[in-house]
Design a protein. Sequence first.
Length: 645
Amino acid sequence: MIASFLLATAAVEQTHFELGRSFSGITETVLPLVVLFLLIYNTVVMVRRDCRELGGHRATLLITLRTLAIFGVFIVYLQPQWRSTRELTDRSQIFVLVDTSQSMGREDVPLTEQEKSGPTGPDEGRLGRVVRELEEGYLLERIRQVHDVVVYRFDEDENPVAIATLPRIPSPEESESNADAITEGADSRQGEASGAESIEWREILKAKGGDTRLGDALRELYARSRGLPLAGVIILSDGAQTAGTDLETVTDLYEYAEVPLYSIGLGQTDRPPELLLVDFAAPPRAYPHDPLEVTAYVRARGLEGRRATLHLRQLPASEVESATGDEPLFEDQIDITLGDDASEVVPVTMEIDTLDRAGRYLFEWDLQLRGAAASTGRNAEATAESGQNRRRFEIEVQSKPTRVLLVAGGPSREYQFLRNMLKRDTKHIQLDVLLQSRPEASLEDPSYLRAFPDAEALSKYDVLIAIDPEWDRLGPRVTSGIERWVAEEAGGLILVPGIVNAGNPIQSWNHDPDYQPLRDLYPVVFEDDFEIFEDGTNSTGRLRAVRATRDGRDAAFMQLADSPLATEQVWDDFRGVYGPKPVKGKKYGATVYALFEDTLADSLGREPIYCAGQFYGKGRVFYQASGEMWRIRRLDTTYFEKWYT
């Protein structure tokens, strides 16, 4: 077994004689001996001169006594002493890492008659086998005869969670003195050791995680084990890592530290059949009488020729105003013939009946495999009946247009394209504009404001878009009012810095204490303006690619095309931006949706954030590092419209 290959620690007590005076070099060693020799020589010479008349016997006696006295002083100088040493060594530890991702909950299909009749039949999931071993098996007991054991679980989180600490079980042959030498407080740990069997493993270990981050878990354990006598790590997993740090990089760390990794695999070597509702696309908002289309993305493996049914039904909800009363709830279904290409994602589009009344409507996808469960489709049946193939979404129908206030320091291209787009959509959006560089004499359009609205007027707006405004010109009173509007009245704020005002190295709002409420609204932390100005890293002469993060790929507003795959292609085709404002990093609790390419970011300790957002009080704030999303119009004008609307 694994435990027989690992070493335990020991404790030794010794008593020995030593000299307290230490000699670190040749000079310190030879010099005392030379002095001793000179003292003895001087004593012999002087006594012989003084004792010529007394005779040789008395001279010899005096020389002997004085020589012994000198030797005594020399011995005192050497500081002789008895020293008792007790060497205490921490007991070695074993980390047991248990995978609790959703894949560990699968029930494997038996491939042979022996497997069907064996003790680990298909009715027991992979994680169930681990739990049974921890409850009834001998793995932990045999390891604990030599080592302390710490059991961790891991799944989609980067940090594994410690769920049990089990001390070593003392052997019957160990004496009480030897047990005390191994560790202090053994009596207090004995109760912990005896109660290890009472741990509710089935309650603690449940397959809930969406991803398997084995590499991240091993990296975190490596950091925690520094300074500890770690004898090895045992991994109980199906081995299907889906996200996180590359395993090869992490195993190199353990190899350098000479800590062995033992992997115990669970599950089948052949991938079982499965049916998955991978993703779906649905508009989060709509208007009365608008045509609605929603799309589900289905993937199958090992089910060639089988048929599945995709249901879409409307669910009653207490918060939905228009889904009450005698109105029938929408329901539809489509039959799908499954293919044999496991990498193919099949889009299935359905039309929802027009929603005539305002409110929030709740819908549910339900994907089911048709026909009786065959022996080769058992796992697919279980997957189709799980929550992974039953997904819900909401569509909010708005009866009134969204009131938008657009504030800009100057007529940049981002401002012009956005203003024109919002002004055309009079059915859904009511737009007011404050252009700070526009002369008051030319304000003929009533939608253009002469001054920023007061608190009462601001409360009527739903969204405020600020494209490189002159915050110093608005003043701290206005910016404090914007902060209260977002936090207390659930306002939506979009902040877009620019190279004219936000790039000015001598502007004061980024350092003035009166503008602290404004700085609190930003989901990012800015660099010192003078530092950016001096190091020249804020250059606008180079094109920088924009790439979505994992949170960005999951965000609905980042879906510029009809499917996630098409959206990913759009971002790959987007050439990028020139002048994003560099920042130190995101604030705690903020979410980063996109990054821009910056080779100097790591060396300068910065995070090249292009898009980030945060909840602020009752409202929400979105940050875009530059007003250059108009460049995506080169691919398709609709991408720019979807980005903002």
